[in-house]
Write a protein that binds this ligand. Structure first.
Ligand code: NAP
Length: 275
């Protein structure tokens, strides 16, 4: 359902060429928030831009672990969409950054494919950390200390919500029996998100961790799960979540008034009892 709920916000979504990231980007646009899309497969991002239009979508393709790509994402957001409701003297930076790009890997430290370790750690932990740092610094710069307080008449932050939303996983909290090494990367993200929330929350910036369980997407193929295994999981736990289920949750979280923070949301298919 479309609305103007997020009109005036400026969004960035990493890992937006497929799955959860694409669904979040579409959801934000449907609520009036223009977004910069990032992922490595540029042609997929171009197809989404063609469909949704230049007014709502810009592209910053590339590996989200590279600092230069992160800077391009944030600069593109500011230069393309930061003019709406801008303060005197300049363009606004992104105020709704979704750190979604990530990947799974079946197995444990002993059984998983070691050749995939560096890529998983780099995408799930290093890239997310770099984006938290880069986006967090820009959001802090938009938030003078004098603006932080409880009085809506005096304190501008109460009219300008700022969000960093991070995709963790249920298995970062409840160790996965199928992929404990991947779990370890999402446990790291859980700690990083909570630490950053404690640092930035008092300055009026919400840092939210979304922890999904099984969501049907390209994730299963990238993680190396066989079709037969995933079908057995669907049999046991299904219907699985779909990317749109996560996107609706993200839109709900970021559309709350600035003083309301649903900081951690764990979302499962109803029949999935564990993990
Ligand atoms: N699906 C699940 O069951 C599940 C459950 C819990 C948490 N999650 C988390 O949710 C997030 C999204 O997962 P998903 O299910 O949507 O997976 P997906 O369908 O495989 O999509 C992953 C997205 O990340 C992008 N990506 C991967 N590596 C990248 C890199 N180095 N630089 C830029 N983009 C990159 C991919 O695009 P390109 O290949 O074009 O770069 C793609 O757009 C991940 O963090 C995942 O760990 C998923």
């Amino acid at each position: 359902m479309s609305s103007n709920l997020l009109r005036g916000r400026v969004g960035v979504v990493t890992g937006a060429s497929a799955g959860i990231g694409e669904a979040i980007a579409r959801e934000l646009v449907s609520h009036g928030c223009p977004v910069v899309l990032n992922a490595r497969r540029r042609e997929r991002l171009e197809a989404i831009r063609q469909e949704l239009g230049d007014e709502d979508v810009a592209i910053a393709a590339g590996d989200c672990a590279e600092s230069a790509v992160i800077e391009t994402m944030l600069n593109t957001a500011r230069d393309t969409f930061g003019g709406t409701g801008k303060p005197a003297g300049g363009l606004r930076d992104a105020d709704l950054v979704v750190i979604n790009a990530g990947r799974g890997l079946g197995g444990t430290a002993i059984t998983s494919d070691e050749s995939q370790w560096d890529d998983m750690i780099r995408t799930n932990i290093v890239a997310a950390s770099r984006m938290i740092r880069a986006a967090g610094k820009r959001m802090l710069a938009m938030q003078p200390d004098s603006a932080i307080g409880h009085d809506p008449e005096k304190h501008a932050w109460l009219k300008a919500p700022r969000d960093i939303v991070i995709l963790g996983s249920v298995v970062g909290r409840h160790v996965s029996p199928f992929s404990s090494f991947y779990s370890a990367t999402k446990a790291a993200i859980q700690t990083l998100a909570e630490g950053t929330r404690r640092e930035l929350g008092p300055k009026g910036i919400r840092v939210t961790l979304i922890e999904p369980a099984f969501v049907t997407s390209e994730f299963q193929g990238v993680a190396g799960y066989t079709t037969a295994w995933y079908e057995s999981m669907v049999e046991k736990f299904g219907p699985m979540l779909m990317p749109q289920d996560i996107a609706r949750l993200v839109a709900f979280v970021v559309s709350q008034p600035s003083h309301v923070h649903l900081s951690d949301a764990l979302i499962r298919p109803t029949r999935q009892e564990y993990p």
